[in-house]
Design a protein around this ligand. Structure first.
Ligand SMILES: Nc1ncnc2c1ncn2[C@@H]1O[C@H](COP(=O)(O)OP(=O)(O)OP(=O)(O)O)[C@@H](O)[C@H]1O
Length: 315
C-alpha cells in the first residue's frame, strides 16, 4: 500500500533526519513507527502526504509515486491526526468533521449522514455533540473528533502522529482500546507514530523501530520481544530481563464455555512470557487452567495487554 524505497531527508545544515529508509506497509496494516526523540518518525510520516519533501529515493502509494498525485487528492486520500488536534475553534463539531467532504463537494444529505455515522463510530452521541464548539469538549473527546475528521471522506490511509500523548493515562488507554476496535471494522492502512513502547506493543500489527533516521528492526510485537536484532532493540523493548519470570495472567483471561475450550492447548495461569509466546506462535488461542479448572481463554491481544501493562509499571 505504501512503499518507501531508499528514502532520505537531508536538511540544508547537513542533518539527515531520515537516511536510506526502505519499508513496505501493507494494506489494512497498523504500522507503528517508534524510536527515541529525533530519530526521524515525524519526518517519515510527513513525507507520505508531502508535508515534507524528500531529498532522495521515492515513496509510492498503491504503485503510484506520491509526486505524481495531485497534492489535494493526495491529502484528501490520507487522513491525518496529530497530538494537538487543531480543530477549527470557531467551527462546530459537525462543521469540523465536514471539511474534507465539503471540499470534495459531497451532497449535503450524504455529509449529514456521514457525520452521524462518524460520531457513533468514535463513541460520541450526535444529538449531544454535533452543534458544540471544540472548547466545549474534553481533550479526549477532541481527539475523537480528530479521528472522525480524519476518517470523514473515507480515506484508505490514516497517519497518526502521537495522537494520544497529550491525554491522561485513563483516556489514553480508552482511546487505544477504541482504536483497536474501530480498526477491526474499518481496516485502514494506519501509520502511527509514538515513542511509547507499551502503546506500540498494544496497537501495532508491526512495529518499525527507528534510530538516527534509519530502521533498526521491523517486526511484529512478538518478533521484537522474542528476536531482538541487537542490544538497542532489547533495551528499547525493555522487558527482556523479566521474560523468564513467572507471572499471573488471570486478569486478561476471557470467559469461555467448556465447548469452546475443548480443543485448545492448555496453559497454566502462572507462566513466563517466554513460555506463553512460544505457544502463541503456533496457536491463536489457549485455554487457561487455574487450580485444575479451565477458567477461560487467552489470545495475542491479552498477552500484549499484560506486556504493555508491565512496561507502564516499569516507567
Ligand atoms: N527544519 C529542520 N531543519 C533541520 N533539522 C531538522 C528540521 N526538522 C527536523 N530536523 C531534525 O531531523 C531529525 C528528525 O526529526 P523528527 O521530528 O522526524 O524526529 P522524531 O523522531 O519525530 O522526534 P520526536 O519524537 O522528538 O518528535 C531531528 O534530529 C531534528 O532535529
Amino acid at each position: 500500500m505504501i512503499s518507501f524505497e531508499n528514502v532520505s531527508k537531508k536538511y540544508d545544515d547537513g542533518t539527515y533526519a531520515v537516511n536510506n529508509f526502505s519499508l513496505h506497509i501493507k494494506e489494512g496494516e497498523l504500522l507503528v513507527l517508534i524510536g527515541p526523540s529525533g530519530s526521524g518518525k515525524t519526518t517519515t510520516l510527513k513525507m507520505i502526504n508531502r508535508l515534507i519533501p524528500l531529498t532522495d529515493g521515492y515513496i509510492k502509494i498503491k504503485d503510484k509515486m506520491i509526486s505524481d498525485y495531485d497534492i489535494h487528492e493526495l491529502r484528501w486520500d490520507i487522513g491525518y491526526v496529530l497530538q494537538q488536534i487543531a480543530l477549527f475553534p470557531h467551527m462546530t463539531i459537525e462543521e469540523n468533521i465536514a471539511v474534507v467532504p465539503e471540499m470534495k463537494k459531497w451532497d449535503q444529505t450524504e455529509i449529514n449522514q456521514r457525520i452521524d455515522e462518524l460520531l457513533h463510530m468514535v463513541g460520541l452521541e450526535p444529538e449531544t455533540y454535533r452543534k458544540r464548539l471544540p472548547n466545549e469538549l474534553s481533550g479526549g473527546q477532541q481527539q475523537r473528533i480528530g479521528v472522525a475528521r480524519a476518517l470523514a471522506a473515507n480515506p484508505p490511509i490514516i497517519l497518526m502522529d502521537e495522537p494520544f500523548s497529550a491525554l491522561d493515562p485513563l483516556s489514553r488507554e480508552k482511546l487505544q482500546d477504541d482504536l483497536i476496535e474501530l480498526q477491526k471494522n474499518i481496516k485502514k492502512t494506519i501509520v502511527f507514530v509514538t515513542h511509547d513502547m507499551s502503546e506500540a506493543l498494544k496497537l501495532g500489527d508491526r512495529i518499525c523501530l527507528m534510530r538516527n533516521g534509519g530502521i533498526v528492526q521491523t517486526g511484529t510485537p512478538e518478533e521484537l520481544i522474542q528476536q531482538p536484532a541487537n542490544d538497542f532493540v532489547r533495551e528499547f523493548v525493555g522487558i527482556d530481563q523479566s521474560q523468564e519470570k513467572i507471572m499471573d495472567i488471570r486478569e486478561v483471561v476471557e470467559p469461555a464455555n467448556p465447548g469452546e475450550m475443548e480443543h485448545l492447548p492448555v496453559i497454566s495461569s502462572q507462566v513466563s512470557i517466554n513460555e506463553i509466546l512460544a505457544l502463541l506462535s503456533e496457536q491463536e488461542q489457549l485455554a487457561v487452567v487455574d487450580r485444575d479448572e479451565k477458567i477461560g481463554t487467552i489470545d495475542r491481544q491479552g498477552i500484549i495487554r499484560i506486556l504493555s501493562g508491565r512496561m507502564e509499571a516499569l516507567k
